[in-house]
Design a protein around this ligand. Structure first.
Ligand code: HEC
Length: 176
């Protein structure tokens, strides 16, 4: 989703530049084009940053620590995590037994991978042998396809460690 926004921002910037330069293409036209693209590329990460991650230097430290210490090293905010879950809602719900594009995430924390009845998993997910602990979810959600090659979950991942930790804390809080 974020990637799409970034790409369209770049595409838009290039379009604007092309029309602004009109027929005067050449060495002069090239420089502004490069600048515009860079500006667009810089704007996107800024837009992605969450208040939680920016809030305090302490939060930034926690995020940095998360890179090495994993989920356990993070300070989390369940309410903020509930908002991050919006990224999953197009494919997952938390209700028991309700499978959409992806399997139900009811009680997902502590669940064995590929274990939801009636959901047609990929071989990769079904046979991964993974248990979805908070720590495993924290790693998986950074880069699902990197963590589990062959998964059919079409989701690029959440790069921001604080967002990811908040989301995992939220999922854990929904456990019944
Ligand atoms: C575009 C749809 C889509 C989005 C968005 C998505 N998922 Fe998935 N997810 C899937 C699909 C499809 C699978 C099944 C993967 C397979 O069988 O290979 C899956 C599988 C999973 C699994 C493994 C479940 C199990 O029972 O083994 C977890 C955990 C998961 N997703 C969490 C999330 C979370 C958390 C988010 C939000 C950050 C998310 N997903 C976003 C489609 C999606």
């Amino acid at each position: 989703m974020k990637r799409t926004t970034l790409l369209s921002a770049i595409a838009l910037a290039s379009l604007v530049t092309v029309s602004a330069c009109g027929g005067g293409a050449g060495a002069d036209g090239a420089a502004p084009a490069a600048e515009e693209t860079t500006a667009a590329a810089e704007a996107a990460p800024a837009a992605e940053a969450t208040p939680a991650a920016e809030a305090t230097p302490a939060a930034a430290d926690a995020a940095a620590a998360g890179a090495t210490a994993g989920f356990a090293g993070m300070t989390t905010d369940v309410k903020a995590g509930e908002k991050v879950f919006a990224l999953c809602k197009s494919c997952h719900v938390l209700e028991e037994g309700v499978n959409r594009v992806g399997p139900s995430l009811y009680n997902v924390v502590g669940r064995k991978s590929g274990s939801v009845a009636g959901y047609s998993y990929s071989e990769a997910n079904k046979n991964s042998g993974v248990t979805w602990t908070t720590d495993v979810l924290f790693k998986y959600l950074e880069d699902p396809k990197g963590f589990m090659p062959g998964t059919k979950m079409a989701f690029p991942g959440i790069k921001d460690a604080q967002d990811r930790a908040n989301l995992v804390a939220y999922l854990e809080s929904t456990k019944k």
